[in-house]
Design a protein around this ligand. Structure first.
Ligand code: 13P
Length: 253
């Protein structure tokens, strides 16, 4: 990897808001309406992933606008005896255009594996929805020097992927130790992992977009986006308040 230039212009043109379970339904709708107003005055594309129960109301609130709405998870099968799950067809019915899969919170708290995340991703792709698949190493894996092999293991079951159109799948690199911690990798560390992801995926996908996620705020976005491979950010905490979301978009343009 070559050195990163101080003057490198940011290529980050997408902010995906992962609202996790931070907001209630009314709060989500209000923030989504305000976020739409922000999106109209900024060049950065804005996508929102509210909680499952807020999805329908948020999708309704921004319907027909430039703001895309997606889910934070989705089951791999269709209608059936799958208590507690939701199907890709339901997401489409609600007006969703994408879903996140394989988030580290799903992996660490709810037993998601790389194999099950890939099954979800493939079902979403087959249904025509976009997918953001999250990968990332733990603090221990990084300390042991196992970052790159961890990422490759997580990517392995995703490919080959049943892609119906270019750009349908996005990978988000989210180091587990960075999520919600205020700690971030350097732009060089991000670049190293992003290059690995792109190289691995290149046999299967052209021009894969790779995002960065983990403690992104207005204060560090410009520095993180110095990694030229960063196509955008997957943002948790800072996307759940209007002022911090506005500050982030102001930074990115
Ligand atoms: P934070 O931005 O709160 O660190 O969360 C990142 C994340 O998990 C987005 O999916």
């Amino acid at each position: 990897m070559g050195p990163l230039k101080e003057s490198q212009r940011s290529s980050a043109s997408l902010v995906v808001c992962n609202w996790k379970a931070y907001l209630g339904i009314e709060e989500s709708v209000t923030l989504a309406r305000n976020a739409l107003a922000l999106a109209r005055s900024h060049a950065t594309a804005l996508w929102i992933a509210p909680s499952m129960l807020s999805l329908g109301s948020v999708a309704q609130a921004v319907r027909g606008s430039m703001v895309a709405v997606g889910a934070q998870n989705c089951f791999w099968d269709g209608k059936g005896a799958f208590t507690g799950e939701c199907t890709a067809d339901e997401l489409i019915e609600l007006g969703c255009t994408f879903a996140i899969v394989g988030h580290s919170e799903r992996r660490n708290l709810f037993g998601e594996t790389s194999a099950s995340a890939a099954k979800r991703a493939h079902a979403l792709l087959r249904s025509g929805l976009g997918v953001i698949c999250c990968v990332g190493e733990s603090a221990h894996e990084r300390a042991q020097g196992h970052t790159l092999e961890t990422i490759l293991e997580q990517l392995a079951p995703l490919f080959p992927a049943p892609l119906a159109r270019p750009g349908q799948m996005i990978i988000a690199y989210e180091p587990v130790w960075s999520v919600g911690s205020g700690q971030t990798p350097t732009a060089s560390q991000i670049h190293e992992v992003h290059e690995l992801i792109k190289t691995h995926a290149a046999q299967h996908v052209e021009n894969l977009r790779v995002l960065y996620g983990g403690s992104v705020t207005a204060a560090n976005a410009a520095e993180l986006a110095r990694a030229p491979s960063v196509a955008g950010f997957l943002v948790g905490g800072a996307s759940t308040k209007l002022d911090s979301l506005k500050a982030l978009l102001d930074t990115l343009g």
